[in-house]
Design a protein. Structure first.
Length: 514
């Protein structure tokens, strides 16, 4: 692959700072972008306007590069604007695709940052910027690479949005069932945390005895294993030995671990459940739920009471919520039956969320691998279409069953990208999607027609320019699975007189595979 200095394939416009008297926030003049603070995921957000006549302008589709600390971040300019000293506008010439340049610079942000100089305020000079080597494959290949990376990036953004929506759903279900846990408008019993189970504080087995650590006998959980958005604690980096566990504090599956010592109050109250036996350190208080307390309810309660819990922490430089203070916090405690109802919903949400989190991790790994190979010229682009083409037509499938929930959103998995590039991998995509679809049915009967319609619609939404059509071959895959499931007894066949349709009901949570 050919590489060229940036100055030979693009025009570089260094920003400058207009007189501050020409700034305004009421929309007069042109949008004014000053630095990374104005950047979003891809396009900047307008916070300020400028009326100065003496100015440096960026045009739509210019690449905006942060040239003063922090150095290297990029966005795409989506409107004519004025740029300040913290930015440079990079305008690709005819042999360089703008989106390709954007993704290349984005992938190399840390390398560009390393080119900055200055001990107190790092910046990159225009001369250094001009010398950055840019790969220049054929223009059609540049467009293909940018299009492919853009699709994966879009899937990553959608997956993150879906995970946030699942968190919001869990919160809304809790509030609908129990109301605000702090205000307690529904008048639930509100005992101290002692009534919720056994409370213990973790510890650190003596470090001067190396035999306490290693051997992977049991994980030793720290506060960084308690994520703000993860229901369960993440895998620990340190393990205790058989001798170390004798000197440690441990909890079993279903305990709630709560961060109670931190450098900032924002970290206090982070909570996560255990799905295995673990040991934990002294920065964590644990609640091993009593028989009348649901772990999922307890998790939801703490997630919605974070500020309330933080208000009980010490006011010093280092925020601490001692075991004594922790035990005295009062929380709502509805009847166990109500807790269990919430736990059922929360468990279903967490099941979908776990699938999405795995998919997100896979997508991020895929993006990294694709970008690395693409910019080294190692990516096979022979089967990657240019971004044009007709929207696929939805095939008519006649085998169907009873009522299906109105909104089932199939995940935008990396398997779809694989299927777009290699039609032989459609089967893998369908196997993954049908399992997600089944988990979302909530007891409704399975419908081959509705499933394939949902799959085809999702493909059309995510890739309207692609011609992937779930036709006879896809139907045959589903049909073969249905017949095998009927033979084995995992499905039973019935008939719906109301709409003259065959109905298929699951007899087991294990639907098997094709």
């Amino acid at each position: 692959m050919r590489f060229e200095p940036l100055a030979s394939v693009a025009r570089i416009i260094a920003g400058q700072s207009p007189d501050s008297s020409t700034y305004n926030s009421v929309g007069e003049g042109l949008p004014f972008f000053q630095g990374k603070a104005d950047f979003q995921d891809m396009y900047p957000t307008v916070r300020m306007w400028c009326t100065s006549v003496k100015r440096k302008e960026a045009e739509p589709n210019d690449i905006l590069l942060s040239v003063r600390a922090p150095v290297g971040a990029v966005n795409i300019c989506n409107q004519k604007s004025i740029i300040g000293r913290g930015l440079a506008a990079i305008r690709p010439l005819s042999e360089l695709d703008g989106k390709f340049l954007y993704y290349y610079l984005k992938a190399n942000e840390s390398l560009i940052d390393a080119l900055g100089t200055g001990s107190t305020f790092k910046a990159i000079t225009q001369e250094t910027l001009k010398k950055i080597e840019i790969p220049v494959p054929l223009i059609d290949d540049q467009i293909r690479i940018a299009h492919l990376l853009g699709k994966v990036e879009g899937l990553i953004a959608q997956r993150k949005q879906q995970l946030q929506q699942l968190d919001d759903l869990l919160k809304s279900v809790f509030l609908e069932m129990f109301g605000d846990p702090v205000r307690n408008e529904q008048g639930w019993e509100k005992p101290s945390l002692r009534a919720f189970g056994k409370i213990s504080t973790g510890n650190t087995p003596p470090r001067n005895d190396a035999s306490n650590y290693g051997g992977q006998h049991i994980e030793w959980i720290k506060t960084d294993n308690i994520g703000a958005d993860s229901v369960f604690v993440t895998t620990a980096t340190e393990y205790l030995s058989t001798s170390g566990i004798k000197r440690a504090r441990t909890v079993s599956k279903g305990a709630l671990l709560v961060a109670c010592i931190a450098g900032s109050v924002e970290s206090i109250g982070r909570a996560a459940l255990t799905d295995r036996n673990v040991a934990f350190n002294q920065q964590i208080n644990a609640i091993q739920p009593a028989n009348d307390v649901s772990p999922f309810f307890l998790y939801g309660l703490f997630k919605l009471s974070r500020s309330y819990i933080q208000s009980h922490a010490s006011k010093g430089m280092k925020k601490i919520l001692t075991k004594g203070d922790f035990e005295q916090i009062t929380m709502i405690k509805p009847p166990f039956e109500s807790q269990q109802e919430f736990a059922q919903v929360a468990g279903n949400i967490e099941s979908v969320k776990t699938t999405y989190q795995r998919s997100l991790a896979d997508l991020e790994a895929l993006y990294g691998a694709l970008s690395q190979k693409a910019f080294k010229g190692e990516l096979d682009l022979s089967r990657v279409p240019l971004p044009n083409g007709a929207e696929p037509e939805l095939p008519q499938i006649t085998v169907s069953t009873g009522e299906v929930p109105s909104a089932i959103h199939l995940p935008d998995t990396e398997l779809l990208l694989a299927a777009l590039g290699d039609r032989t991998r459609i089967k893998e995509l369908l196997r993954f999607w049908v399992e997600v679809y089944r988990n979302c049915l909530n007891g409704a009967a399975f419908s081959a027609q509705d499933f394939l319609a949902a799959a085809q619609t999702r493909i059309a939404e995510l890739h309207p320019e692609n011609d992937l059509e779930l036709g006879t071959d896809a139907y045959d895959q589903v049909k073969a699975w249905v017949f095998e499931a009927l033979t084995s007894g995992r499905l039973t066949q019935g008939y719906a007189d109301a709409d003259n349709r065959v109905t298929l009901a699951s007899q087991s949570p294990d639907w098997g595979t094709w």
